[in-house]
Design a protein. Structure first.
Length: 496
């Protein structure tokens, strides 16, 4: 290991070109496993969702899951790939305790989908990420290391749960992404974010990184300008979008310091650590020949009917980027405002609120204002805030009808969030309604004038702006239920 000091990120990315490649695994949400009829439901008792096929017992024969093949083709189409006319599964041979067959049924040089791209927006620029292939394989089981820290080192024994073994897994591999320079980690993150959105929009996976249904390996290498690509390392264990960026960010200066010292980069897997934000070495990387790939003899080749593929393509939903651009235009938002809406994960909520009858301005105002603040305070996702888009639309309806003002509306929201029911019910139960009938307001205005003779004199003397203090006093006295505009009119009328 080099003892050289780490160059700064900026220095490293000035002197070296950065190349990044991403391998992403998506666990499909099919009802049954890839090659047998076992359930895929998450969280069952260990080893209750297994059979001779997914346990790899001798004599058992796999049958491919048509729904998984269809989902993979749809992902490929959404990523602008060509779909193979004919392709096969392949055996990838290696031993791992959580892989009962001692080989993984995967695809090798004949993937279902090949040669696509996905456009992502980074800092207002469009970057086209080249997709090398999308293939279908199966997941492994899960090892559980008992005693110690949960890692294999220092544990007293290890248990294996095969429930996950054989769940369909789609692997999406980018070609090396070049030319992003110091922005490479952000580009990588933007790509995985976009990919997650695309797969989610297809409804084929719940793509939850924290639950492992979307997993990402980040390959990174550096080279001197104009030189050949360097040797890559492959960072595993990257469990959040933020970590995709951090993993690349920490790997770049590390490799730069080794290259500066004239050392070679070893092709290896590395583990990312959420707590420290850096990586430590894993295993030195196998090459394809180590796996002794060969075509899977127990499964028929796949030859998707071109008409069926064309139908699947025609039936793809509107893709997220296209939808975002459409909504941004419809809602009349600047790039900056749209970015905040996306950041807050508020697009669907605002859209549903508009569908329930609110204007786009008011829908955005509530979700991005009051309700985002509540989500932050309570450490919730915006979608977890206990109010529905229909309720927000109803609230805005009460404002538009003059029944509530913004201040009262915020009290109504409090009630809805406290589980007191729909806005209308909360407003009635809490007696919240704008008082705009002049008779009731006249007394409050008279009281305010009597209590603030100096201010009243100023207004009489022509300083109409001073009336604000009297309006404030009336609003306070009526607990915010007065209509401010009517109050001001009354005051000016009385003092002129
Ligand atoms: P493996 O399964 O052995 O990791 P894959 O072909 O599945 O191989 O994935 C390799 C990934 O590494 C791809 O995303 C590819 O774009 C990327 N990659 C290849 N060469 C480099 C390089 N020199 N620097 C960075 N990434 C690279
Ligand atoms: Mg790979
Ligand atoms: Zn099974």
């Amino acid at each position: 290991m080099s003892t050289a000091t780490l160059p700064s990120y900026e220095d490293a990315t000035t002197r070296y070109e950065v190349v990044i490649g991403l391998e992403t695994h998506v666990e499909l949400g099919t009802r049954t496993k890839m090659f047998c009829g076992c359930s895929t439901v998450f969280g069952a008792e260990p080893n209750t969702q297994v059979c001779p096929v997914c346990l790899g017992l001798p004599g058992s024969l796999p049958v491919a899951n048509g729904a998984a093949i269809e989902a993979t083709i749809r992902i490929g189409l959404a990523l602008n790939c060509g779909i193979a006319k004919w392709c096969r599964f392949a055996r990838k041979n290696y031993f791992y305790p959580d892989m009962p067959k001692n080989f993984q049924t995967s695809q090798y040089d004949e993937p279902l989908c090949e040669d696509g791209y996905v456009d992502v927006d980074v800092d207002g620029e469009t970057v086209r990420i080249p997709i090398e292939r999308v293939h279908l394989e199966e997941d492994t089981g899960k090892s559980l290391h008992v005693g110690g820290t949960g890692r294999i080192q220092g544990s007293s024994e290890s248990l294996v749960d095969y429930n996950r073994a054989g769940i369909p897994l789609v692997e999406i591999v980018t070609r090396p992404i070049v030319g992003a320079g110091a922005m490479a980690p952000e580009v990588a993150r933007a790509y995985v974010t976009e990919l997650r959105e695309i797969v989610r929009s297809l409804g084929v996976s719940d793509v939850r990184m924290e639950q492992g249904s979307l997993r990402c390996d980040v390959n990174t290498s550096l080279n001197l300008p104009g030189a050949e690509w360097g040797t890559r390392t492959e960072t595993k264990n990257v469990n959040s979008l933020r970590s995709v960026e951090r993993a690349a960010r920490s790997e770049i200066p590390r490799q730069a310091s080794l290259l500066d010292a004239g050392e070679r980069i070893v092709q290896e897997t590395r583990h990312f650590h959420e707590d420290t934000g850096d990586t430590t070495p894993g295993r030195s990387k196998e090459t394809a020949t180590d796996y002794r790939y060969f075509p899977e003899p127990d499964l028929a080749p796949m030859a998707p009917d071109p008409q069926w593929v064309a139908d699947l393509k025609a039936a793809l939903p509107e893709l997220p980027r296209q939808r975002r651009k459409r909504l941004q235009a419809q809602w009349g938002l600047s790039d900056h405002d749209m970015a905040s809406v996306l950041n807050a994960d508020a697009v669907d909520l605002i859209e549903a609120t508009i569908a329930a009858g609110a204007s786009s301005e008011s829908a955005r105002k509530w979700w991005m204002g009051e309700l985002s603040r509540h989500a932050n305070d309570q450490d919730l996702d915006l979608a977890q805030v206990p109010i529905t888009p229909a309720q927000v639309a109803q609230l805005q309806g009460l404002i538009d009808a003059g029944t509530l003002n913004d201040k009262l509306a915020r009290q109504v929201i409090e009630g809805v969030l406290a589980g007191e029911g729909d806005p209308e019910k909360v407003a009635n139960a809490r007696g919240l309604a704008v008082v705009s009938d002049t008779g009731a307001l006249t007394k409050a205005v008279d009281d305010a004038i009597a209590a603030n003779p100096d201010v009243a004199d100023k207004v009489r003397g022509g300083k109409v702006a001073a009336a604000g203090a009297l309006v404030g006093a009336v609003m306070k006295a009526t607990k915010g239920q007065a209509d401010a505009k009517t109050v001001r009119e009354l005051i000016v009328q009385k003092l002129s």
